[in-house]
Design a protein around this ligand. Structure first.
Ligand code: SF4
Length: 260
């Protein structure tokens, strides 16, 4: 990989995840979104994707049938999705593909048994795009229910104790871009601990949440276009383990990125 080669686009279309990345480390955003350097999928990410695919397939068909698939059928979809993800995943030294697959099956079964029967989907995996404070923003909604509530599914290593600011920002973005969204939201987190858990958090998007998106999208876009980026070695995600771009970062800005 050549460090700091030709840039691609000029931050014309943003997303909540781009802004989150930029706020965490501008240099990382530069490598990932402007230079488009490869950011290999880890086992953790691959697991989240395969779980998403399996549950999305269930809810897609439920829009027409009003019934969930049987849990073993959804687990079979997970297995297929996992097999595809596995092909393109760079597992870290501490990630065991077989263990992750077993964990994924338990998480899918848990969601199907405990949560899916109460969900009435109106739309699944919807791409949305629109303007927020003059900036074109896009995103993917996991699920919109028949009451206009946005449901977002996450997988995590720890139980969340509150709604993280970046998640409020993400959902506030979706609420503004999704026709029929009523401002209510729920984040369902499947927790990949030894005893897998499901944490469901309901909340309402406030005026302050909307204000944050209207302030930060234009500001982020202006700064992205300035082409002056700071590495954030104080980021919680700044390590050789968590950032694929650490070599380029060291080459450009010196110093030593810690191992973990
Ligand atoms: S190594 Fe750290 S400072 Fe450098 S791009 Fe990655 S997260 Fe940012």
């Amino acid at each position: 990989m050549t460090c700091l080669s030709a840039p691609s686009v000029m931050a014309d279309v943003l997303s909540a995840s781009q802004v989150r990345c930029f706020m965490d480390c501008q240099a990382r955003w530069w490598f990932k979104y402007r230079l488009r350097y490869q950011d290999p999928v880890t086992g953790k990410l691959a697991l989240g994707r395969a779980v998403h695919v399996a549950l999305a397939r269930n809810f897609e068909q439920k829009i027409d049938t009003y019934e969930d698939l049987r849990t073993p059928g959804v687990i079979a979809i997970f297995r297929d999705a996992w097999a595809e993800e596995r092909e393109r995943t760079e597992f870290r030294d501490d990630e065991d593909a077989t263990e992750l697959a077993a964990c994924g099956e338990i998480l899918v079964a848990k969601y199907m048994d405990e949560m899916a029967p109460m969900i009435e989907p109106a739309a699944v995996e919807v791409r949305v795009e629109g303007k927020i404070a003059g900036v074109t923003v896009q995103g993917w909604i996991d699920l919109l229910d028949v009451n206009g509530r946005i449901l977002d599914l996450k997988t995590a290593a720890r139980k969340p104790s509150s709604i993280a600011p970046e998640h409020r920002f993400q959902i506030a973005t979706y609420v503004q871009l999704t026709p029929g969204a009523n401002g209510e939201a729920r984040i369902d987190t499947l927790v990949k601990t030894k005893n897998p858990a499901l944490v469901s958090q309901s909340f309402t998007i406030t005026e302050q949440d909307v204000l944050a998106t209207r302030a930060l999208y234009p500001l982020a876009q202006t700064m992205m276009r300035s082409e002056r980026y700071m590495p954030n070695r104080l980021s919680m995600m700044c390590s050789r383990r968590n950032c694929s771009f650490w070599r380029c970062c060291q080459q450009e800005w010196g110093g030593e990125v810690p191992e973990s």
